[in-house]
Ligand binder design. Structure first.
Ligand code: NAP
Length: 283
């Protein structure tokens, strides 16, 4: 069997076209959705991520502000910037790019962001809203995974989903979103005894670990849907996921590639969250 690809670039293009149309409609009502991105320090990967986020804003007609600060910025200075952006009516979403330098308490900074502008969905209020099924911003990466499942018309009710990884930004919110759609969810992590025994039972597998080849073909039930969140480098230095793509595509029903899978969806959902934050003002 050769799995069908879920193409994150193609789906992103579709979703971003819808975002662009809604931005245009909102602008006609006098509101331009605005995203502020704060980058502290010189982390090379972070520089690429923030550039892509700002470009996505430009492409969809949104307003964006990129604040670059030196790694010597103090926590108090950063908190003051977040406060100022909380009060700035032209800004509907605030994103502080992680990781932050070690002398800054990232959780404290995230909690300083107004939940109404928490478009990354990392604030404890956003996490609580997801947990209780209340309205709030969903973290972009698992939200993008849900959109990928939706794009193939996948009915989660009654299915068994296995999430590998339990981080606050991917694994745990992913599990809650799948649960909300009535899947039966198993969360695996580094303490899981027999990962293969778990994944072989799964109709849907989400790999969010950050290690190459965590999921190989012998661990996948024929026809399962496999979403690969991981971002790693292979021996040639090329971007690859957690899934042994070449092997797994011969067994799975659907699989997401890396690159071109979950990655572009993450930024797309950031655009969706920022737009929806602005739309709430006229709802
Ligand atoms: P993280 O915070 O490091 O969490 C990794 C999780 O994997 C932890 O829960 C860990 O378990 C678990 N784990 C580690 N080794 C394992 C093993 N051998 N078997 C089963 N579980 C294992 O990472 P993250 O932030 O969730 O990110 C995960 C990956 O997704 C990374 O590669 C990251 O770069 C990528 N990512 C991609 C996007 C995107 O847009 N595509 C966005 C975010 C993250 P413990 O909890 O027990 O330590």
């Amino acid at each position: 069997m050769t799995a069908q690809l879920i193409d994150g670039n193609a789906l992103s293009r579709q979703l971003r076209a819808d975002v662009t149309a809604r931005v245009t409609a909102l602008k006609a009502r006098g509101i331009t959705p605005g995203l502020a991105v704060i980058l502290v320090g010189e982390n090379a990967a972070s520089q690429v991520y923030v550039r892509n986020k700002v470009k996505a804003c430009e492409d969809t007609g949104m307003h964006s502000v990129l604040e670059r600060w030196p790694a010597t910025m103090t926590e108090a200075e950063l908190l003051a910037r977040v406060d100022a952006l909380n009060a700035d009516a032209s800004i509907h979403g605030i994103l502080v790019q992680l990781p932050l330098p070690a002398h800054i308490d990232a959780q404290k900074v995230i909690e300083a962001i107004s939940p109404a502008k928490d478009v990354d969905g990392f604030h404890i209020a956003s996490a609580g809203a997801l947990m209780t099924g209340m309205p709030g911003f969903w973290p972009c990466t698992p939200y993008g995974c849900m959109k990928m499942l939706e794009s193939i018309g996948y009915e989660l009710k009654g299915k068994h989903a296995v999430v590998i990884g339990r981080s606050n930004i991917v694994g745990k919110p992913m599990a809650l979103m799948l649960l909300q759609q009535n899947a039966t969810v198993t969360i695996c992590h580094s303490g899981t005894k027999d990962l293969k025994a778990m994944t072989l039972q799964a109709d849907v597998i989400v790999a969010a670990v950050g290690k190459r080849n965590v999921l190989t073909a012998d661990m996948v039930k024929p026809g399962a849907v496999v979403l690969d969140v991981g971002m790693n480098r292979n021996d040639e230095g090329k971007l690859c996921g957690d899934v042994d793509f070449e092997g797994v595509k011969e067994v799975a029903g659907y699989v997401t590639p890396v690159p071109g899978g979950v990655g572009p969806m993450t930024i797309t959902m950031l655009m969706v969250n920022t737009l929806e934050s602005a739309e709430r003002l006229v709802a």
